[in-house]
Design a protein around this ligand. Structure first.
Ligand code: NAP
Length: 341
């Protein structure tokens, strides 16, 4: 099934995703929306979008009704507003992670998609990568027994810059929402919604979390630990431990090329590259290690089979993940302006 895509935003991940669409059979990138016409033109020129569909505002992109689905690639702070804009103008939406700033926003986005009968999915691209698909298959088949713990960390030392979106509270800055969402989502995928959440961390001078850990526990007795940092280079690895073995997602845990499976005294390294051959140019490889096409292909498959959501990244789970992030953020003491809305 051919799908006509629009992209909202022209930043780093928007470029990566445009590259990914460029090599996905059936995907057509037909329009782009940006806050300015010049950036829309520059992006459109690079990705072959016809000049009259390079829009200098998000509202103009929303008014283009010859689009099947819009990829929202704006900062976290604008996911809610932009997703509602495109849903209400009749488009399906694939919205970047973290899906929203808080669970209230996320629930409203999901309710709007359902009320309007439009496709909606959080772009948690890791779940569609070969290593994550294999991990789910092995867990479901009972290959490592019952999962008892999930650990993951993602962090790097970023020089403090109050204007950078990761440090700016008005853009939803902080390590938890941008990086910690990956291990929190991995734990959710395997263990569901936690019954308890405990968070510890350090805030920086702009008031956002710069170094943190979130421990979650589950009715099953399992627990998970997620760490994220803008102050230190963490291992950026993931580990899933069960009663009969374990699996490691080596760096980077959100886009691994390998799955290391240990059981019954054996270690197996499964080579499962995230990117395709040739994903080496700027764009996808630069921003996300390549592999963004897997989630886009899933969107094509879901829409062509008549679905309005994903069975791999379900909307109710996306809202539950936001609840976990809310609970952690409240304990860390990070508030965004939108939390008062
Ligand atoms: N899946 C992944 O691997 C991955 C990787 C990186 C980021 N992300 C997610 O994607 C989103 C964007 O991240 P990014 O790294 O691409 O950020 P970025 O490079 O800063 O780009 C964000 C873009 O959003 C648009 N925008 C709209 N309103 C804005 C505002 N008020 N302030 C600043 N920019 C605004 C801008 O495009 P215009 O100027 O054209 O309007 C800007 O270029 C984030 O939510 C992030 O978590 C995902």
């Amino acid at each position: 099934m051919a799908l006509r895509w629009g992209i909202a935003g022209t930043g780093a991940i928007a470029r990566g995703f445009a590259d990914a669409l460029g090599r996905l059979p059936g995907a057509e990138l037909v329009a782009v929306g940006s806050r300015g016409r010049a950036t829309a033109d520059e992006f459109g020129e690079k990705y072959g979008i016809t000049p009259h569909r390079r829009y200098g505002s998000y509202e103009s992109l929303a008014a283009d009704d010859d689009i099947d689905i819009v990829y929202v690639a704006s900062p976290h702070s604008h996911h809610h507003e932009h997703t509602l804009l495109f849903l209400e103008s009749g488009h399906g939406v694939l919205c970047e992670k973290p899906f929203a700033l808080n669970a209230g926003q996320a629930a409203e986005m999901v309710a709007t998609a359902r009320a309007r009968g439009r496709f909606l999915m959080e772009a948690m691209w890791s779940r569609f990568l070969p290593a994550y698909v294999r991990l789910r298959e092995l867990v479901t088949a009972g290959e490592i027994g019952t999962v008892l713990s999930v650990e993951g960390d993602f962090g790097f030392r970023l020089p403090m810059d109050p204007t950078h979106r990761l440090f700016d509270p008005t853009l939803g800055g902080g390590a938890l929402l941008d990086l910690g969402v990956y291990p929190v989502s991995l734990a959710s995928m395997l263990l569901g919604e936690p019954s308890r959440v405990a968070a510890f961390g350090q805030l920086g001078e702009t008031g956002v979390d710069e170094h943190l850990a979130v421990v979650t526990s589950y009715d099953s007795g399992a627990f998970a630990v997620a760490k994220a940092s803008l102050r230190a280079n963490l291992a950026c690895a993931g580990r899933v431990t069960g009663t009969a073995g374990s699996m490691e997602l080596p760096a980077f845990m959100h886009c691994p090329d390998e799955l290391v499976v240990q059981r019954a005294g054996t270690t197996e390294r499964l080579h499962l590259p995230a990117a395709r051959d040739g994903d080496g140019g700027d764009g996808a490889a630069e921003t996300a290690g390549g592999g963004l096409h897997h989630q886009a292909r899933h969107v094509h498959e879901r829409l062509s089979s008549g679905h309005l959501d994903s069975d791999v990244m379900p909307l109710d789970e996306t809202v539950a993940i936001m609840r976990t992030l809310d609970a952690a953020r409240a304990q860390l003491g990070v508030r965004y302006p939108a939390d008062n809305a």
